[in-house]
Design a protein around this ligand. Structure first.
Ligand code: ADP
Ligand code: MG
Length: 708
């Protein structure tokens, strides 16, 4: 039976009746020793079959010489045997009827071609029998819900595993164990965690897919290094969104801006990370840049309601701690709350009027001094405040931090009894001085942060979720028709503009002329002033080469400019093939923008827009989305740019034609979409944007079509 088409029954794998540990020992310095010990230690309720030829029993459990010798075929096997023994072990398991095996052993496709070939053979071996594989080169899985630990990380030598409603899939084993440990220390538990290694058989999307349907999981977290199948990722993410299960992701490679752009700016500015980010944006996946912050956002999402508003109330014990927090929120452009009148009235029981409406609320400034009543009452009042969405408690050292945390936990409980499940994010800033406080919060089932930064990243994550909320965007229909078959290779400005014009993207008029005299004549059919540009497959950056002449008043000026340009190019670029000169109309505009598109190998066409001209490279101020986008989505892209204030009208300058630009971006995105896999890359740079009502015009363009 070839099982490629059989869905991965990961749910079954997590509830095996029996597990074989191949290479089990009592030696905790070895993977097999730790795997076995941890499986026993965390109370797995099924049968455990240690496989070890040399021992009768291990930790009091009877050993077996091989898989064939176990009383029943093990449902699941985990192996940390030397690489050269893996294939035989997999075959034995498969023949015995084992449903799935985890291969911890490394040095397969992670270590070159020979390893990759061996890995492929192993997968084939397993598939012949319909057995599924996790790994190789992984750290296994941890399923606190099922008391199933098939992971050798020393981080798991703890008394108890916290059960939570967060499911995690990680492409790095060590990172998974680290995240798990840090989370558990701070009161955050998981449903299941999977380290997926080389994904020889079961891959990232299989596990995400499982978690979407898993009743024990409310929030999905994933650490990704590379997605294998972009379309499947989009499908799974879409399914999670439909199921109302947030997916949070951290992806490595954010700063890998790709090698120097081969053809276009778009290729370097909308590289693979940006395409992934666009895929996340499209499907509502919350992309974060820090794994711990990701887990803490997941913890907050499982513990509290998602805030309806981002205004944050700060409750603290120190003026300094509060002030730093307020600054930090402001740095992140996150709003500080002004409380509702009822809240201020409630706080006035404990504080002088000025202090009662302050944000931060400093418990140290209470009229009666710090007391049980003040802590609990302040927390409750802020948690019930209707003008804020989040309560952030950065706690510095205080005379009795434990008591303070008890007060906050009680305030939270009272507020929650009233039905409000507003996020209450407690940051314990001291070191050991807060240990009792930490224990107190955990006792009340409340997790805590160690650093202010992480808490702020969580609030930022809420903001991202808020921005993506709502129903899927209506893309409308394609605004044009294209005959892609006719196109191939790199298209120069005039040809690229013709394609753009078919899609209603506004471009200026122009005519290609072979020489100076013809250029002068061509000007007669156009409106002055004119611009002349060299047409040459060998000159990509025309102005750098002296191949652009602007602001030419009449036909004579055009003729003279072409003659001068020809002489200049002959001297500076003697080898360049000059196909002619493009005479075009000069356009006036207030701002140069950049619109581009690229076909990402994983996620398909992406569209980008950003500050254009020389600012492209300097500012890297770009927005990238999967194509197509509607004009409304394009508008959102524009409003998220740093140059947005210039488009909207800045300090008395007139607002620009945002609507026309958004429309052009949408049209470009449709073009990229409709050209299908023949489409390579497109740069329209610059698009000159006029004042509101005056439109925008693409005055330079390059299009690269893939070969048929
Ligand atoms: P390249 O990018 O190959 O150097 P462009 O065609 O973009 O050449 O021209 C360089 C610059 O000249 C543009 O960024 C823009 O500022 C200006 N420019 C080019 N064509 C026009 C035009 N038709 N109207 C107004 N300005 C133009
Ligand atoms: Mg240009």
């Amino acid at each position: 039976m070839n099982d490629m088409t059989r869905p991965a029954r990961i749910a079954e794998m997590l509830e095996p009746k029996s597990v074989a540990v191949i290479g089990a020992s009592e030696d905790l310095t070895k993977f097999g020793g730790r795997l076995f010990k941890l499986l026993v230690h965390h109370g797995f309720e099924g049968q455990i079959y240690p496989i070890n030829r040399k021992r009768e029993s291990l930790l009091g459990i009877a050993c077996h010489t091989d898989i064939g010798a176990t009383p029943t075929p093990p449902d699941m096997a985990v192996m940390a045997v030397p690489r050269d023994h893996v294939k035989a072990a997999v075959r034995e398991c498969a023949e015995a009827g084992t449903k799935a095996a985890i291969i911890i052993t490394a040095k397969f496709s992670d270590a070159g071609e020979e390893g990759a070939a061996l890995e492929a053979e192993i997968v084939e071996e397993a598939r012949k029998f319909g057995m599924r594989l996790i790994g190789p080169n992984c750290l296994g899985l941890i399923s606190p819900v099922n008391k199933l630990v098939l992971c050798a990380s020393p981080a798991l030598f703890v008394d108890k595993l916290l059960v939570g409603r967060i499911g995690m899939v990680s492409q790095s084993g060590a990172l998974m164990a680290t995240i798990f440990d840090r989370a558990q220390t701070r009161g955050v538990g998981f449903s299941h965690c999977f380290s997926i290694g080389n994904q020889a058989d079961l891959d990232l999307c299989d596990f995400l897919d499982f978690l979407v349907d898993d009743p024990a999981t409310d929030v999905i977290c994933t650490y990704i290094e590379g997605v294998k199948d972009g379309r499947r990722f989009l499908e799974v993410a879409e399914r999670a969104r439909a199921a109302g299960k947030p997916v949070l992701a951290v992806k490595a490679g954010r700063t890998d801006f790709g090698a120097a752009a081969a053809f276009s700016h778009t290729a370097s500015l909308a590289g693979s990370y940006e395409a992934f980010a666009a895929a996340c944006r499209e499907t509502g996946v919350v992309l974060m840049d820090d794994p711990d912050a990701m887990i803490m956002l997941a913890a907050a999402l499982t513990r509290f309601d998602q805030p309806k508003r981002l205004e944050t109330a700060i409750l603290t014990t120190s003026g300094g701690g509060g002030a730093i927090t307020a600054d930090r929120l402001t740095d992140w452009n996150l709003p500080l709350a002004s409380y509702a009148p009822e809240t201020v009235a409630a706080l006035e029981q404990y504080y002088y009027p000025d202090n009662a409406k302050a944000n931060p609320i400093d418990m140290g400034a209470a009229i009666t001094g710090g007391s049980m009543l003040v802590g609990e009452g302040s927390a409750q009042a802020l948690l019930q405040d209707t003008a804020s969405g989040i309560v952030l408690c950065p706690l510095t050292t205080a005379p009795d931090m434990r008591l303070l945390c008890e007060c906050i936990a009680k305030g939270l409980a009272s507020a929650e009894a009233g039905g409000a499940r507003k996020p209450c994010l407690v940051v314990l800033q001291p070191g050991q001085a807060a240990n009792k406080a930490r224990a107190e919060l955990l006792k009340h089932g409340l997790f805590y942060f160690d650093s202010l930064d992480e808490a702020i990243r969580v609030i930022d994550g809420y903001r991202t979720m808020q921005a993506m909320a709502g129903t899927r965007a209506d893309k409308g229909g394609s605004p044009g028709k294209t005959s892609a078959e006719a196109l191939s290779g790199a298209l120069d400005e005039a040809r690229a503009k013709a394609v753009l014009a078919d899609y209603g993207v506004p471009v200026n008029r122009g005519v290609v002329a072979p020489d100076a005299a013809a250029a002068g004549k061509a000007a007669a059919g156009l409106k002055a002033p004119f611009v002349v540009k060299v047409v040459s497959p060998d000159i990509v950056h025309k102005s750098d080469a002296g191949g652009v002449a602007l602001n030419l008043g009449d036909a004579q000026a055009v003729e003279a400019a072409v003659a001068a340009m020809a002489a200049r190019l002959a001297a500076g670029h003697p080898k360049a093939v000059i196909e002619g000169y493009l005479v075009q109309e000069m356009v006036s505009g207030e701002l140069e923008m950049f619109v581009g598109a690229r076909r990402d190998p994983l996620f398909g066409p992406v569209v980008m827009v950003g500050a254009g001209g020389v600012l492209v490279e300097l500012l890297k101020d770009v927005a990238v989305r999967l194509a197509p986008v509607s004009p409304a989505e394009a508008r959102e892209m524009l409003l998220g740019l740093r140059v947005a204030p210039l488009l909207k009208g800045f300090r008395g300058s007139a607002p620009l034609d945002l609507g026309a630009l958004a429309d052009a971006v949408s049209r470009v995105s449709w073009l990229a979409h409709d050209l299908g896999d023949r489409f390579g890359e497109l740069d329209v740079n610059p698009v000159l944007v006029g004042k509101a009502g005056q439109g925008c015009t693409g005055v330079d363009a390059r299009l690269l079509m893939n070969d048929k």
